[in-house]
Design a protein around this ligand. Structure first.
Ligand SMILES: [Zn+2]
Length: 181
């Protein structure tokens, strides 16, 4: 039964629903959970297909207003299920240690200026990649500014730090924070 946000384009088997295009016009064709690109022409059954995800799940009272909607790959959307937003470190990075990113964001967002080590990488270049990925993903979850930097330890490994800048507004992880909201 069609409800809010289920107005599909009537023609074209592989055309993305109108709602997907509205969100893509706003945010671009990328998955808000993993940051990867979404192909608007991916087959309906493909795990890489774009789907509409709720920032705050409907089961937790999230609305179907555009402000609460994001694009996610089918596979990322399914993996997340009805949980609050989850961030998975890319599998290809040989990290020595990572923290649960969402938990770190929930701790750091309300406390601008407070910093934590969120990962330890074996190499500087891996740490640099992780730092930029982290800032981008953190911003997608809790907009308002994030900083990440790397500190090489004397023993070799490189620590990746994250914080919300001291002059940024406190944020709340787990609730929709979007300019349109
Ligand atoms: Zn994804």
């Amino acid at each position: 039964m069609p409800g809010p946000g289920v107005d599909h384009v009537a023609t074209g088997r592989y055309r993305a629903p109108v709602q997907l295009h509205r969100i893509a016009d706003r945010d671009g064709w990328s998955c808000w959970l993993c940051g990867g690109e979404i192909d608007p022409g991916a087959p309906v059954t493909s795990p890489a297909r774009g789907t509409v995800d709720h920032l705050v799940p409907r089961s937790r009272g999230g609305s179907s207003e555009l402000a609460n909607l994001r694009l996610a790959h089918r596979r990322c959307n399914h993996r997340r299920g009805s949980l609050l937003p989850e961030m998975h470190w890319p599998d290809e990075w040989p990290m020595l240690m990572t923290v649960h990113v969402w938990t770190a964001l929930a701790r750091l967002a309300p406390r601008p200026g407070a910093a934590e080590v969120v990962a330890v990488a074996p190499l500087r270049e891996v740490a640099d990649d992780a730092a930029s990925w982290l800032v981008e993903r953190a911003e997608a979850f809790v907009p308002g500014g994030w900083e990440s930097w790397c500190v090489e330890e004397s023993s070799g490994p490189v620590a990746v730090w994250l914080r919300r800048p001291a002059d940024a507004a406190p944020g709340t992880a787990g609730r929709p924070k979007h300019p349109d909201a």
